[in-house]
Write a protein that binds this ligand. Structure first.
Ligand SMILES: Nc1ncnc2c1ncn2[C@@H]1O[C@H](COP(=O)(O)OP(=O)(O)OP(=O)(O)O)[C@@H](O)[C@H]1O
Ligand SMILES: Cc1ncc(CO)c(N)n1
Length: 272
């Protein structure tokens, strides 16, 4: 079985972060592992508290994973401070990880800040150069490129700017656009669009985490980058279309829409 490690924050409501990552990985038939950068007290309405891991404890988690079950791919999500980013970069270099998806999580869908402002520079210098692919949403692509994004051409310009500066592939996600949900990849000097109509579902908590974990799972299974993104976007769109409606705010996706087993068919009546 292929193995994938997520390095990210825990979301107590289960829709984003580590929980979304592990659910996505099991749906892709890969073995998921986690190194937790922070605990968030969070639900579909927002984040009420954050407890960061210490850099030493994050390093210990990474050593424990890498010296035992070596991951075929790594997904990085919420990393809120510069010292934690530095630990991750050092460990990924030490263990020589080939496939790294970096989701530069800065602000949650609910509007809560998830990264300290002075950590952005460390992210740029330390993590972007070792990313196989970086997956900013529009606001994150603006912050990383310094460019304003309004049109499809602006998305391409920002992806090019980031990719050429930090030497990584960049997928600029259009999930926050009004008219479509088209994402654009800039990779090895070429531009590739992944087009999708918007799914009419206000429950979009954790879409970014889910897409990045699905890309990492597909890369671990030896699909090339474009195929990995195509498959990941199809999974994300189907998980949105499944129409789960939980919580009082922007609720989670149905990560398990595609998993059929004898256990998922059991209901309470079967148990009596
Ligand atoms: N309503 C929608 N319909 C179809 N696809 C969507 C919709 N909303 C988001 N997506 C897709 O979800 C993926 C994640 O994009 P998005 O821009 O939402 O990321 P994000 O802002 O990082 O996510 P998060 O809200 O988890 O932080 C992209 O492929 C995007 O096109
Ligand atoms: C822990 C965590 N990571 C990422 C996001 C972004 O969706 C979130 N809301 N929470």
């Amino acid at each position: 079985m292929k193995t994938v490690l997520t390095i990210a924050g825990s979301d107590s409501s289960g829709g984003a972060g580590i929980q979304a990552d592990l659910k996505t990985m099991i749906s892709h038939g890969v073995y998921g592992m986690s190194a937790i950068t922070a605990l968030t007290a969070q639900n579909t309405l927002g984040v009420t508290d954050v407890l960061e891991s210490t850099p030493e404890f994050l390093a210990a988690q990474l050593d424990a994973v890498f010296t035992d079950i070596y991951p075929d791919a790594v997904k990085i999500g919420m990393v809120s401070s510069a010292p934690l980013i530095k630990v991750i970069a050092d460990k990924l270099n030490e263990y020589d990880v080939p496939l790294v998806v970096v989701d530069p999580v800065m602000v949650a869908t609910s509007g809560s800040a998830l990264m300290e402002s002075d950590a952005t520079e460390t992210l740029k210098q330390e993590l972007l150069p070792i990313a196989t692919v970086l997956t900013p949403n529009i606001a994150e692509a603006e912050a990383l490129s310094g460019l304003k994004i309004k049109t499809h051409d602006d998305m391409v310009a920002a992806a090019k700017h980031i990719g050429d500066t930090y030497h990584c592939a960049v997928l600029c996600k259009g999930g926050h656009r009004q008219t479509d949900a088209n994402d654009v990849l800039y990779h090895e000097g070429k531009v590739h669009w992944f087009e999708s109509e918007r799914v009419d579902n206000p429950n979009a908590h954790g879409t970014g985490c889910t897409l990045a974990s699905a890309i990492a799972s597909n890369l671990a299974k030896d699909f090339d980058l474009i195929t990995s993104i195509e498959r990941a976007k199809a999974y994300l769109t189907d998980a949105l279309r499944a129409g789960l409606d939980l919580g009082k705010g922007s609720g989670p996706l149905d990560h398990g829409f595609d998993i059929h087993s004898k256990y998922s068919e059991m209901n309470n009546q079967d148990l009596t």
